[in-house]
Design a protein around this ligand. Structure first.
Ligand SMILES: NC(=O)c1ccc[n+]([C@@H]2O[C@H](COP(=O)([O-])OP(=O)(O)OC[C@H]3O[C@@H](n4cnc5c(N)ncnc54)[C@H](O)[C@@H]3O)[C@@H](O)[C@H]2O)c1
Length: 506
């Protein structure tokens, strides 16, 4: 059928862009891009048959934006190849991806295997560097140090998506990205196992007073004691927040002979023999260890404060690997100093140092650091709950997958700033003449009507759309369309008033 191999690996493919730009913007020329038919022909090693837009082999791209608002259309045509059918056997060598901040090599390999051109850099880029070069790229992968501002997005003429190879997305202006039709993906849960394992380790360390014994030995003191030291077997672990981390912790803890209770705001099916309790107070009163795994929300601010600490069993342990605002830490130091709690493990703090370094975890940060450091049997760690090599690898795989899925199939599930829309894949069993349109548009009345008028006489085999704030996203598969009809639909959708970005995958 074309140059793609049956397993979807990249062969000779091409890609064309058609865009409407503000008059001041220069025409965008994509190296190697040509007519739709030319691409098909190129991927088959044959001569172009039907020009698509501009002259074959030297396409022009144009914008027709209203004011500074970007409106653009991008066509990524190709032919089916695999099962499910690969929608983008265009020359993926034309897709340029910028990876900054030393993202995992596994992700780099995955993206290169797709045939994308990947530029890899170990360091973060400044706003000026980004503004200078972002216009060449269809996707950018960053970690937490690269700031993607509205100014950067204004220069990102080809950009389809941002992959944050990390948990947070604060470094990205998500609203500006959405307005520009750029989907942002991250990997919020890839480090769940790492956090759950750390909690297991911390529970053992707390119940054996390991931090204090280690500190004594480092100071030259031999202090062999068994009083107040326990096994974790047979003890009750109370998990607050039974999500990705909490539920995983539940399984690990039970395998060590612990009983598990959990409290969550939603009813959740227990794993193993864990049991959900109705009220936080019930959990606090019954647990030897209380481990927090809730998100940072207004409702979780100081979820554990003086009354909740008082409600915990005498000698119990508190572990916070969730977010710093969830525990009232001065109240915790009071409970520890009073001997009410047997110890605590704290990995997260309301304010955390911006960078590693000596004399950074000091009272100037939150005001309670020296008191907390002086408490007995307290494990203090610098927000390392999810920081493992395995988590980095998992993050790389998850974000690379999101990038591939969005570029090749249009699926935006998991996007943090953008409507999440997916469509069942087009398979080998579907006829060859099915084409997919990915249409990012302004969420305004009449926008879908305008598109449906264009599609009205065609066989729409499936479609799905959603909106989020000002941005809406439509995925639609149309069958039985020849080259000319594909081109016409694609260009007309790209010209609708609400259009932000339209791509065509086939
Ligand atoms: N220390 C680290 O390095 C590290 C790493 C990863 C995640 N985290 C943090 O761990 C926390 C949990 O992460 P996750 O991936 O398990 O999240 P998740 O979204 O999968 O689970 C959170 C759970 O908390 C529940 N919840 C929400 N509000 C609640 C409330 N008021 N009371 C009780 N339950 C409530 C939710 O229903 C959900 O089941 C998050 O705060 C996350 O930021 C920390």
């Amino acid at each position: 059928m074309n140059g793609s191999t049956a397993n979807g690996s990249a062969a000779a493919h091409q890609q064309a862009f058609h865009r409407a730009v503000a008059p001041s913007s220069p025409p965008v020329v994509v190296a190697g891009a040509g007519s739709f038919a030319g691409m098909m022909a190129a991927s088959q090693g044959a001569a172009p048959a039907v020009p698509f837009s501009g002259s074959a082999g030297s396409p022009t791209a144009s914008y027709a934006g209203a004011g500074s608002q970007r409106a653009r259309s991008i066509s990524i045509p190709g032919k089916p190849s695999s099962m499910p059918r690969l929608l983008t056997p265009f020359d993926q060598g034309d897709i340029r991806i910028l990876l900054l901040e030393n993202v995992s090599q596994g992700a780099v390999d995955m993206l290169r295997q797709q045939g994308y051109q990947v530029d890899f850099h170990a360091k973060a880029w400044s706003e000026d560097e980004l503004c200078d070069k972002i216009g060449q790229y269809h996707a950018i992968g960053i970690r937490s140090k690269t700031k993607l501002t509205a100014k950067v997005f204004r220069r990102a003429e080809k950009l389809l998506l941002v992959g944050c190879f990390c948990i947070g997305t604060n470094q990205v202006d998500l609203t500006a990205a959405a307005k520009a039709g750029v989907a942002v993906f991250n990997s919020p849960f890839a480090n769940s196992r790492s956090v759950a394992e750390l909690v297991i380790g911390e529970m053992i360390c707390l119940s054996r007073q390991l931090a204090d014994r280690t500190n004594e030995m480092r100071a030259g003191e031999w202090n062999k004691v068994s009083k107040g030291c326990y096994e974790v077997r047979g003890k009750v672990l109370g998990i607050v927040g039974y999500g990705h981390i909490g539920s995983q912790l539940s399984v690990l803890a039970e395998s060590m002979g612990m009983s598990v209770l959990y409290y969550d705001v939603v009813p959740l099916m227990p794993l193993g023999t864990a049991r959900q309790v109705e009220k936080l107070e019930d959990l606090l009163a019954a647990s030897d260890f209380v481990s927090l795994h809730v998100p940072e929300l207004p409702e979780t601010k100081n979820l554990i404060a003086a009354p909740q600490l008082a409600a915990m069993r005498k000698g119990a342990y508190l572990l916070n690997n969730a977010r710093g605002t969830v525990v009232d830490l001065p109240a915790l130091t009071d409970a520890l100093d009073a001997g009410h709690l047997g110890g605590a493990a704290i990995d997260v703090f309301p304010r955390e140092p911006a960078a590693n370094g000596k004399d950074t975890f000091v009272d100037a940060l939150n005001g309670f650091e020296s008191r907390l450091r002086a408490c007995k049997n307290v494990i203090l760690t610098p927000h390392i709950g999810g920081s493992t090599e395995e988590a980095q690898t998992m993050i790389g795989i998850e974000v690379a997958n999101a990038i591939i899925r969005y570029i090749n199939f249009g699926g935006s599930t998991g996007a943090v700033n953008f409507p999440e829309v997916d469509l069942r894949v087009i398979t080998q069993a579907d006829s060859d003449d099915v084409v997919r349109f990915c249409h990012v548009h302004h969420n305004v009345p009449g926008s879908l009507k305008a598109v449906n008028e264009i599609l009205g006489n065609h066989n729409v085999v499936k479609q799905n759309s959603d909106s989020r704030g000002d941005v809406a996203y439509l995925l639609v598969d149309v069958a039985g369309v020849d080259e000319e009809a594909k081109r016409e639909i694609y260009e007309r959708i790209g010209q609708t008033k609400a259009n932000v970005l339209t791509r065509m995958l086939s």
